[in-house]
Ligand binder design. Structure first.
Ligand SMILES: O=C(CO)[C@H](O)[C@H](O)COP(=O)(O)O
Length: 236
């Protein structure tokens, strides 16, 4: 998808940033464009304090001179801007294509508002065409894989679970030192039930189902940027 659409979504989100805000910075190519734009604003004098959702975003932000904090020092954030792999009509998301789902979910949950920025290729009627990332601890991998498959079946879904590797064939490790199983489900009829069942599997750290976290989305298409949800709404 063209960078122009991602940039348009990122710029719409940049317009929401106010001096003094505590921001969560997402991960991925769309979030990277937002961080680039934020860096330019900081260079021009904007005062913000940010928390990154990955080591990659942390390095990018520090390189741009953006003041960075941690959730230990700054446990409550005003606004998180992040990308997504899929968005449905209820602002439910699949995230984790960039392997940052765990920190992304922790940062989103610590934010009053989470606004998704994406191109319109990410919009779906039903989640699941994008393989669902499931972060698991390395210990007991095969047992966890079987229990995860059983949880997926209990939620009425099915599909291969593929251990994510790097392009060079080595095992992918997340920033937290975990593995990722990508669940190729095709469609997820009941995301809430699947998320709840996955969360009960010992060894599963988190799934890439983000439910009730995004408060709004800027989705860029050829006709411009569409706004979904309420950009001012805060999570209760
Ligand atoms: O969840 C993510 C990383 O873990 C990303 O937000 C998601 O993969 C979208 O990335 P991109 O903007 O590059 O399409």
């Amino acid at each position: 998808m063209s960078d122009d659409l991602k940039k348009a979504a990122a710029e719409a989100a940049l317009a929401l940033v106010q001096p003094g805000m505590r921001l969560g910075l997402g991960t991925g190519s769309t979030a990277k464009l937002f961080v680039d734009g934020l860096g330019a604003k900081v260079a021009a004098g904007l005062d913000v304090l940010c928390v990154a959702t990955s080591e990659a975003t942390q390095a990018q932000a520090l390189g741009l001179g953006i003041p960075m904090s941690t959730l230990d020092e700054t446990p409550e954030l005003d606004l998180t801007i992040d990308g997504a792999d899929e968005i449905d009509g209820a602002l439910r998301l699949i995230k984790g294509g960039g392997a940052a789902l765990l920190r992304e979910k922790i940062v989103a949950a610590a934010s009053q508002r989470m606004i998704v920025i994406a191109d319109d290729g990410k919009q779906v009627a039903t989640l699941g065409r994008f393989p669902l990332p499931i972060e698991v601890v390395p210990f007991g991998l095969e047992a966890t894989r079987r229990a995860t498959a059983a949880a997926i079946a209990a939620a009425g879904a099915s599909g291969d679970l593929v251990l994510r590797k790097r392009p060079d064939g080595s095992m992918l490790l997340t920033d937290g030192g975990h593995f990722i199983l990508d669940a190729h489900l095709g469609s997820i009829a009941n995301p809430e039930r699947l998320a709840a069942l996955l969360n009960q599997v010992p060894g599963v750290v988190e799934s890439g189902l983000f439910i009730g976290l995004a408060t709004a989305a800027f989705v860029a298409g050829p006709a411009g940027v569409q706004v979904y949800g309420d950009v001012a709404a805060k999570r209760g």
